[in-house]
Design a protein around this ligand. Structure first.
Ligand code: DNO
Length: 344
């Protein structure tokens, strides 16, 4: 296991020195953020990130994310050019020691929450999701907290129209087409692809979501058997689906889990949740059992503490402040050490 920490590049308010000071930290998970989706990441931009990280004694072996262009998800004719660009980006990343790329295949929207600062009794705050509140919103005129409003209203509407004909099966076919197109680059460079689950793991605003459960994993691995076709096992995303048995999945799919995002949720009702500190005692997910599942499966991928709360007066990027994620990292590190040594 290698413990890592997400770093949003040079505009991140958290300096690399601080990340290096967190016990057990091997490297950062980062990305080139200002190349338009679909274009090739130039080598000099990757080199710059690599040098910054290595100058502070941190590795840069995981990229989150290389985003997938909507035309690929929609299966539009331009996809072949875009997939070739993606493969070139993989090859460029391979030259700088990258081993794992996290991406997602969610149509239009990435993660969705209704409140980014839900205040807890102890004064900390965190992200939360209320399904009824979300359903009252109009996706065609959406102003959601934290959602990257990178589309104009017109662009958003034409994109939503384009998805009208995209069923779950069609979206899955387009995912397989994409993976088959990039697998040669992965085999050449040794890079593992790690698809992030849909967050939360159910359809949103009539848009299909296909990476939600153990069944999705079975289907995905059967369609593209290469070991380079793997997953980001995100406990918070999968865990919102009450149907997912996370310790079981952690152990069953370890070989394909190239990257683990570990975080805690407090589940309410059938669909709602609030994000919590990482400890098992703080929420609904058995973090100990999940880590145990990974260790028993022989996990040797990357881990990062996922979303933390804002604590100690910090007003960090939602989910990505320093303090609570650092606490999460040391807690997770300790769990891994105890379980790994306990088993011997
Ligand atoms: C949210 C993140 C996601 C993730 C992407 C991966 O905090 O976990 O935005 O980076 O879905 O492509």
């Amino acid at each position: 296991m290698k413990m890592t920490f997400r770093w949003y590049g040079e505009s991140d308010s958290i300096p690399l020195e601080y990340i290096k000071q967190i016990p057990g930290m091997s490297g950062v998970v980062t990305a080139v953020y200002d190349v338009p989706v679909g274009e090739v990441w130039p080598e000099d931009r990757i080199a710059r990130l690599y040098e910054l990280c290595h100058a502070k004694g941190l590795e840069m072996e995981v990229i989150e994310s290389v985003p997938v262009h909507e035309d690929i998800k929609l299966g539009r004719p331009s996809r072949d050019r875009l997939i070739a660009n993606y493969a070139t980006t993989i090859r460029n990343l391979g030259k700088y020691g990258v081993k794992c790329i996290c991406y997602n295949f969610m149509p239009v929207f990435d993660w969705l929450r209704t409140n980014l600062k839900t205040v807890a009794e102890d004064g900390s705050n965190s992200l939360s999701y209320n399904h009824d509140e979300l359903m009252k919103l109009d996706p065609r005129n959406l102003h959601l907290p934290g959602w990257d409003e990178s589309y104009t209203t017109d662009q958003l509407n034409s994109l939503l129209d384009a998805y009208k004909d995209i069923t779950h099966d069609k979206l899955f076919e387009n995912l397989v087409y994409f993976l088959e197109g990039i697998m040669p680059a992965c085999e050449e460079t040794g890079i593992n692809m790690a698809i992030h689950p849909d967050d939360p793991p159910w359809d949103m605003f009539g848009l299909p979501r296909i990476i939600t459960s153990a069944e999705s994993y079975d289907k995905l691995f059967a369609a593209v058997p290469s070991i380079h076709n793997g997953v980001t096992f995100c406990t918070g995303s999968l865990g919102a689906g009450r149907f997912n048995d996370l310790p079981y999945m952690a152990k069953k799919y370890t070989e394909r889990i190239h990257f683990a995002h570990i975080r805690q949720l407090c589940l309410r009702g059938e669909l709602d949740f609030t994000e919590k500190g990482h400890l098992t005692d703080m929420g609904s997910l058995d973090i100990y059992a999940i880590v145990k599942g990974l260790v028993e499966g022989g996990f040797c991928g990357y881990v990062r503490p996922d979303h933390g709360r804002n604590i100690w007066g910090e007003d960090g990027k939602p989910g990505y402040g320093l303090y609570d994620r650092a606490l999460g990292a040391t807690y997770l590190y300790g769990l891994f050490e105890a379980i790994e040594k306990g088993g011997k």
